[in-house]
Design a protein around this ligand. Structure first.
Ligand code: SPD
Length: 279
């Protein structure tokens, strides 16, 4: 049978991947960092026993976090990415020619080191001169850099456990909103409405208390347990279903998932989600 690596959810469900070998295992000041090579999902980044991203399906997650926001914000010259130490999100951001500067705030240098070495196919934009990568605490950055302004803010955190839990706090969302330019767009990963409905609903509540436009959207990410994942598009003006065609054209051909039709489709919510959100 060989060796299996399991992520366990709430002691009642687990997802197991058959492992070929462990490529890296280390402990940072924040978390356990591992890269495993698996039979079905290729190389997988694992933080504190939670699957973060895989060579097999990472595009489904990173393209959907980045492009709905980046194709709809009024301007995308300045982009802030919080988390995302594997490099997949900044890779997608920097595919947009209009982006002039992308600041990435990652607390854990070991995640980036391990990803650069063992997941070079995911982080392909580390050397882009527009990228400004800083290893600092996002909470501290948002508190101390109140004058920095961004057209788009993307939150690419872990689940709300361990060092990433604070990235789900309402006060943190408020700080991120303060950094947005007028009409700016924030997008974030907002967990699974199937596996973590309570966290999903509570996240939507917090965001709705801060932004006038809050639109969750869904897509498949097989690595994340139930396969159904959510992201949320937030702004005070505008709406997510009016993307700029020119920006879409610039990236659609090079995207594995994102296209014009999918952009519209992902915002269509199933009844169980609409009912949970009282929409
Ligand atoms: N259940 C795991 C959720 C992880 C979301 N973030 C992944 C980071 C990929 N860049």
């Amino acid at each position: 049978m060989g060796l299996w690596y399991d992520e366990t959810f709430d002691d009642h469900t687990r997802l197991g991947l058959r492992v070929k070998e462990t490529l890296f295992s280390g402990q940072s000041a924040y978390q356990k960092v591992e890269v495993i090579d698996t039979v079905g999902f290729g190389r997988v980044l694992v933080l504190d026993n939670i699957f973060m991203t895989s060579e097999y399906d990472e595009f489904l997650y990173h393209e959907m976090l980045a492009h709905p926001a980046l194709t709809t914000a009024p301007s995308i010259e300045r982009v802030l990415v919080i988390g995302g130490g594997d490099g997949g999100t900044v890779r997608e951001v920097l595919r947009h020619p209009e982006v002039k500067r992308c600041v990435m705030i990652e607390i854990d240098e070991l995640v980036v080191e391990a990803s650069k070495r063992y997941l070079p196919g995911i982080g392909t934009a580390w050397d882009d001169p527009r990228l400004d990568l800083r290893f600092i605490d996002a909470i501290e950055y948002v508190e101390t850099s109140r004058d920095d302004r961004y057209d788009v803010v993307l939150l690419d955190g872990t689940d709300p456990v361990g060092p990433g839990a604070v990235l789900f706090d309402e006060s943190f969302y408020r700080g991120c909103k303060r950094m947005l330019t007028d009409g700016g767009v924030m997008a974030l990963q907002s967990e699974s409405p199937l596996l973590m409905m309570d966290i999903f609903v509570e996240t939507q509540r917090k965001l709705r208390s801060l932004f006038s436009e809050v639109h969750p959207y869904l897509g498949p990410v097989p690595l994340y347990g139930t396969g159904t994942w959510s992201w949320t598009w937030c702004s005070d003006t505008g709406e997510p279903l009016r993307p700029k065609r020119q920006r879409q054209t610039a990236i659609v051909e090079g995207s594995k998932a994102y296209n014009e039709e999918l952009h519209q489709a992902v915002f269509a919510l199933p009844n169980y989600v609409k009912r949970a959100l009282k929409l």
